[in-house]
Design a protein around this ligand. Structure first.
Ligand code: AMP
Length: 120
């Protein structure tokens, strides 16, 4: 897998507003927030897309969700609620090919995200 900007953030080669770090994961604020609270939780292991996960990565991806709720509790928005999203490939809107969990919070979020009328 070719290196992405997130590898540079993991290696501290470029700055990021880091909220949490352990041996397996890193969480930092999204540079282009789409909600009052918007941060990303990434594995330190580079995995390009969800499609590239193996079963050995199951616990690691589960850990990303634990990190999301840990930060939510720490920052006080766990009870109000939040949304986690992991985009995959072009139709999912993925732009950085190192998996990352978006965590969005801070106001009631719209649902469904897909507003266009479905043509069947
Ligand atoms: P996605 O479109 O799901 O691949 O999400 C990529 C996200 O990474 C976007 O929300 C970007 O705003 C965010 N992003 C890109 N570069 C940086 C950066 N240097 N620091 C923080 N967030 C970034």
């Amino acid at each position: 897998m070719s290196e992405t900007i997130f590898t540079k953030i993991i290696n501290k080669e470029i700055p990021a507003d880091i909220l949490y770090e352990d041996d397996e994961a890193l969480a930092f604020k999204d540079i282009n927030p789409q909600a009052p609270v918007h941060f990303l939780v990434i594995p330190k292991k580079p995995i390009a897309t969800i499609n590239d996960m193996t079963k050995e990565d199951n616990a690691l991806v589960g850990h990303l969700h634990w990190v999301a709720s840990h930060i939510a509790k720490e920052q006080g928005f766990a009870q109000d609620g939040f949304r986690t999203v992991m985009n995959c490939n072009e139709h999912g809107g993925q732009t950085v090919y190192h998996i990352h969990l978006h965590v969005l919070a801070g106001k009631p979020l719209g649902w469904p995200p897909y507003q266009e009328k479905l043509k069947v």
